[in-house]
Design a protein around this ligand. Sequence first.
Ligand SMILES: *Cc1c(COP(=O)(O)O)cnc(C)c1O
Length: 427
Amino acid sequence: VTTAPDRSGGSGSGRRGAARERAERLDAADPLRALRARFLLPEGQVYLAGNSLGALPVHVPARVEEVVRRQWGADLVGSWNLHDWWRAPERVGARVARLVGVAADEVVVADSTSVNLFKALVAAARMRPDRRVLVVEPGNFPSDLYVVDAVADLLDREVRRLEPAELPGALAAGLAEQLAVLTYSHVDYRTGELHDMAAITAAAHAAGGLVVWDLSHSAGAVPVDLAGAGVDFAVGCGYKYLCGGPGAPAYVVVARRHQNAVHQPLTGWTGHARPFAMEDRYEPAPGITRMRAGSPPLLSLLALEAALEVFDGVDLAALRARGLSLSRLLIDFVDAVVPEVEVVTPRQDARRGSQVSLRHPRAYAVVRALIDRGVVGDFREPDLIRLGLAPLYVRHVDVVTAVEALRAVLDAGEHQQPRYPQPHVVT
Ligand SMILES: *Cc1c(COP(=O)(O)O)cnc(C)c1O
C-alpha cells in the first residue's frame, strides 16, 4: 500500500490534493532530485528511518563483493599493502572530513560511536586535570549519558546534566571555574532539535573547558562546521545519514592543535607510533592515528568508504535546503491534516535537524500501523513517532504519503488493534 485511502472526504481531501500538487512541484524544481537514483529503495515503501539505518547505495553491493572475493579471497594478507587496508581508517576519515567541516587529517574512522566517545572524553578530561565537572545534556542518547558517567567514575570527576538553556546561568553561578569538558549531541535524537554548536562551544571555551560534540544525527544531513566553531573533539555514527550499512564503524575528530597532546585510554597496537616494531611499551602515533585502537572491521569500513561516494559532488548547503523543505512540508501538512498530533520538533528552521518527531499517547502502535501501510518511521520512548527525512533520497511526495497514511491510521483506529501490543526488540 503506497497511499492511504481518504476517509474524511470533503474539504480534507481537497486540501490533501493541494498538498500533493505542492509536493510534486517542489520535487520537480528540486536541484537534487537525481540523487535518489543513487540508492536501492524498496518499491512501494516510504522510508523515513534513514536517521536510524541509512539506505543502501546502488553501487555498494558490487564493491563489497569485490572486497570479499578479490581482496580477501584472492589477495589475502597481501591486501594490507596491495589495497592499503592499513591506512583505510585515515583514508575513510578524510572522506568524512568534508561532511563535518575539518581537514582531512583530523578524522579517523574506528570502533563505534560509544567507544569513540569514551576515548575522546577521557582524552579531553585528561587535558583539564584540575577541573572537576563534566557536562552533558539530560535526555542525550543513552550511550552518551552512560559513557560520561563511566568516565567521571574512572577519573574521579563529577557529572552535571544541563540543558543548553541552563548553561549560561550555571556557568555564571560557579561552573565556569570547574568545567572540564562539555559533551552534547548536535541534533537531539528524540526531538530533532538542532543545538547552536558555535555558541555553546564558545561558552565552554570562555570558561576554560573543552567540548566533545556527537554528530550522529546531524552529519550527512545538516552542514557541520567544526573548524568554524573551534570544536576540540567530535564523534559520530557511520550507519545513519552516512549510509555506511548496519553496524558501520563510527568516526572520531580531534582538532589538529590538540592531536599530539591527546592521551586516549584504549592504547591498542594500531595506534602505536611504530606498530610493526611490536615494541613492549606503548608510544602513541603522531596525529589522528593515535585515536585508533585495534584492527579495523574492513568489510564494514570499506562498505562505508564506498557508500560515502553518494556525497560526491553534492553541495551540502543545497542538501540542507532540501532537508528543511521536506521537514517544513511535513510540519505544515501535519498541522493542517492531523492537528490532534503535537509536533515536538522546533518549527524554526535554524533549530531543526532533519527529522520530525510527533507526540501521540499510542505512538508505538501508530508506528507499527504506519509500517503496515508501507510508511517506515520509528518509535522512541515514551510517546514519540520519529520521521527521519534523509535529504539524499526522501522526496516531498513521500512526506505527503506519510501524513496521509497517519491520518488514515488514526481515522480507522488501526493503532487500537490488539495486534500492536508490545514493542519489538528493535523499535
Ligand atoms: C546512533 C547514536 C549512537 C550510536 O552509538 P553506537 O555505539 O555506534 O551504537 C551514539 N550516540 C548518538 C547520539 C547516536 O545518535
